[in-house]
Design a protein. Structure first.
Length: 306
């Protein structure tokens, strides 16, 4: 290879050009999404209608009748909550999944490998939290009905959990762009497993009413294995649409989308970093700035809708 040719080939660690501009745009996109987000529309119009349609009854008003019904409710409520503010950040996993290997062809193995890594990290966290959550029960702030300083205790847990997860997303995004040290620079599969663990961690802060109902049912059973199974199904429901989107991109393009994205390290870093930063910023701003402002702590722009 000639010197001129070698200069034209970017190294794996090469950050995308104009990364400062990309970071600024990603941050602004995350803030804008937090301002424009309508929890009323997403949680109730979309979430409740999806759950009611799939279950065939009012998901909130109808009691969970038995173990099988509870497990079905877990998956359906997870699917219904796909686009809620406590889950939408999982869309950032699409970029890193293209780097996990094996998806350059439309074959089944190529699809399952990156989705499997994401699922592995997610299941490890959600199963553990479901098991421990049943053992702790009402001692968890997430199941508390108490209010401190006008702020529900369960939402304080949400603020802490999503604040930490959002910052983790931002860190991973900046690392992907080469601004910070990237612990997964040569381990793309480990990056996807870590993102899966963060997605599983959404359950730790989730205040979504249908999840709250599921959590109370799991605690009432007194069986931590039910809790683990129900929480795993909830998380699996959360990622079904993202996994389907990823599969569609791979199959429809016969792996071309992944090959195009991974052909240039700078392009891969740009897409991965932008998604992680934008959705990480959204998570932090929504849960740690907008939410407290709704209870009189600070100020945040208000839209004419909720």
């Amino acid at each position: 290879m000639t010197e001129q040719t070698s200069r034209a080939v970017p190294s794996a660690a090469e950050p995308p050009r104009s990364r400062t501009g990309l970071i600024v745009v990603s941050v602004l996109a995350g803030v804008a999404l937090a301002v424009l987000w309508s929890y009323e529309f997403v949680d109730h119009v979309i979430g409740d209608n999806v759950a009611n349609t799939l279950l065939g009854h009012d998901a909130k008003a109808t009691a969970i009748g038995g173990t099988v019904a509870g497990l079905v409710f877990a998956f359906v409520s997870g699917l219904a909550g796909t686009f809620t503010a406590c889950n939408i950040a999982m869309a950032a996993s699409v970029g890193p999944m293209t780097q996990a290997g094996g998806a350059t062809r439309a074959g089944l193995r190529g699809l399952l490998r990156p989705v499997g890594w994401l699922t592995l990290g997610m299941v490890a966290v959600s199963a553990t939290y479901g098991f421990v959550g049943v053992l702790l029960g009402d001692r968890l702030p997430q199941l508390s009905t108490e209010v401190v300083g006008g702020l529900p205790v369960r939402l304080i847990q949400s603020m802490v959990a999503f604040g930490v997860i959002g910052l983790a997303f931002v860190y991973l995004g900046l690392a992907a762009l080469g601004v910070l040290r990237d612990p997964f620079a040569h381990r793309p599969a480990a990056r996807v497993v870590t993102l899966g663990a963060l997605v599983g961690g959404f359950l730790v802060g989730r205040p979504y009413p249908l999840f709250n109902k599921l959590f109370h049912w799991a605690v009432d059973t007194g069986n931590p294995l039910y809790g683990a199974g129900a929480f795993v199904l909830q998380s699996l429901g959360n990622i079904v649409l993202v996994a389907a989107l990823f599969a569609l991109l791979v199959v429809a393009t016969r792996g071309g989308f992944v090959r195009w994205l991974t052909a240039s390290p700078a392009r891969t870093a740009a897409v991965t970093g932008a998604l992680l930063i934008a959705l990480g910023v959204f998570t932090v701003v929504y849960w740690d700035v907008r939410l407290p402002a709704m209870f009189g702590y600070g100020w945040f722009p208000k839209m004419p809708y909720r």
